[in-house]
Design a binder for this molecule. Sequence first.
Ligand SMILES: NC(=O)c1ccc[n+]([C@@H]2O[C@H](COP(=O)([O-])OP(=O)(O)OC[C@H]3O[C@@H](n4cnc5c(N)ncnc54)[C@H](OP(=O)(O)O)[C@@H]3O)[C@@H](O)[C@H]2O)c1
Length: 327
Amino acid sequence: MSFLACRVYDDGARLESLELADLCPGNVVIRAEYSGINYKDALAVTGRGKILRRFPLNAGIDVAGTVESSDDPRYRVGDAVLVNGMGLGENHDGGFAQTVRVPGDWIVPLSAGLSSLDAMTLGTAGFTAALAVQRMEVNGQVPAMGPIAVTGASGGVGSVAVALLAKLGYEVIAVSGRPEHGEYLRALGAARVLTPEQLELGGRPLESVKFGGVVDNVGGSLLAGLLRHVQLWGNVASIGMAGGHGYEASVFPHILRGVSLLGISSANCPMPLRTAVWQRLGADWKLDGLAALRQRVLGLDEIIAACPALLDRQSHGRLVVDCQKVA
Ligand SMILES: NC(=O)c1ccc[n+]([C@@H]2O[C@H](COP(=O)([O-])OP(=O)(O)OC[C@H]3O[C@@H](n4cnc5c(N)ncnc54)[C@H](OP(=O)(O)O)[C@@H]3O)[C@@H](O)[C@H]2O)c1
């Protein structure tokens, strides 16, 4: 049976009707319910970033839905599942489609505490924020060490990081270049909302301690500046590069204060850790008021038009995709 997909060619993306045989191989077929537009997806769909490693390919680095058919004994028809990362929407047909086919090894059973809409309201962005918090806590981060600065706070990863850290008892400083999102960020749990300039980050290799830790989605000079102000044995989770991938920094925060720079890579997170983080997001880390994170729920046919705004910093929170909806 044919189905619709947002398919990316080397000369652009379009909504297209496909057959199952057109999809990359896999032993589990999923009826996609929800996906979401992540930064990487917007780069892939617009062609502004080299994300796709083959053409044509259905974009969408995550998806949640129900199993339609399975040759994998672990999954039965009707099971609620999700996939994020693993090459989905990068070198394997992704989640911006009504039907998705993947190897069973990539599948995460949906936590009982999450609907497919909840899961993709979080999406890769939310999973990555939670992975960062998990790694920070395993490495000794506790609320008593001081406030956590979250950069790119009004974006998808930033919004979930703000909400999750606040839920866990951290004082959160939301760092956003767009003060107009202050009310939104305070409602998610931020104690303070500051612009990068208002942080008054000095330029010396070590500066006064201002933060217990950092969740950074921006990179560049902002990351370098924040590192100089982190508490003894604090953790800085490096997630993104919305402001630039390069940065120049001193080793002093690491060798004199024991500050750790933790790399966060959602795409290739080991499966046991991936499953554990998703389970927590449906249990003790379940966020109240997930709906507040959803800026919009789009139809499949609205993805292409929505992507440039996300890259041009005209979007906030999460853009969720209803994979069965087409106007
Ligand atoms: N490591 C991983 O596994 C992983 C997973 C997911 C995402 N990421 C990365 O994390 C970053 C955030 O992803 P996302 O999905 O949350 O994207 P998003 O929703 O577009 O959010 C990005 C946020 O960064 C800030 N920003 C955007 N352009 C900027 C610029 N030129 N300079 C400084 N700040 C800028 C904006 O926040 P304000 O306007 O509030 O400042 C924006 O809302 C991206 O770089 C993405 O590639 C990494």
